[in-house]
Write a new protein. Structure first.
Length: 160
């Protein structure tokens, strides 16, 4: 079955039949409204963020499936904290503070995109992003939080 893959970046929950989706799907004979509806349903939780989306179309049957990527970790962190951007000078200023629960939530949202073998490893990846954005976690420097994770301090909250 010949498949055509269309990759687009859409705002969560706000895909439309206009460019880039409509013109890409039109020639394939797929119901653009159905595709857009499914994309919006699957990306609603990422409202306000750019989300990578793959539309895989079987050009014979006109069937399609949608695969949703996840926004960049920094976008999820900014949304979680309600901030526009990270610190201008990370290390010198603090742009915000994440709770360990917020870090775990982001790590779970990024589960399919992060390479860590378990939740603890993925949480550490998110903490690395938070550090580069000039954030604290639980009021502490990210390096201190990583040390506490290694010591088992947050094990209860880091169960899969």
């Amino acid at each position: 079955m010949p498949e055509q893959v269309i990759e687009v970046l859409v705002e969560g929950g706000k895909a439309t039949g206009g460019p880039p989706i409509g013109p890409a799907l039109g020639p394939l004979g797929v119901n653009v409204g159905q595709v857009v509806g499914e994309i919006n349903k699957k990306t609603a939780s990422f409202a306000g963020m750019q989300v990578p989306v793959k539309i895989i179309v079987d050009t014979d049957t006109k069937q399609f499936r949608i695969e949703i990527g996840t926004p960049p970790t920094s976008s999820l962190i900014r949304k979680e904290l309600g901030i526009e951007k990270g610190a201008q000078k990370p290390g010198e200023e603090v742009a915000g503070n994440l709770t360990i629960e917020q870090v775990v939530k982001i790590a779970k949202m990024k589960e399919s995109a992060l390479t860590g073998k378990d939740l603890k490893a993925r949480v550490k990846t998110v903490i690395g992003s938070a550090q580069s954005m000039g954030l604290t976690i639980e009021g502490m420097h990210p390096r201190e939080v990583l040390k506490k994770i290694d010591e088992g301090a947050f094990d209860e909250k880091l169960k899969e």
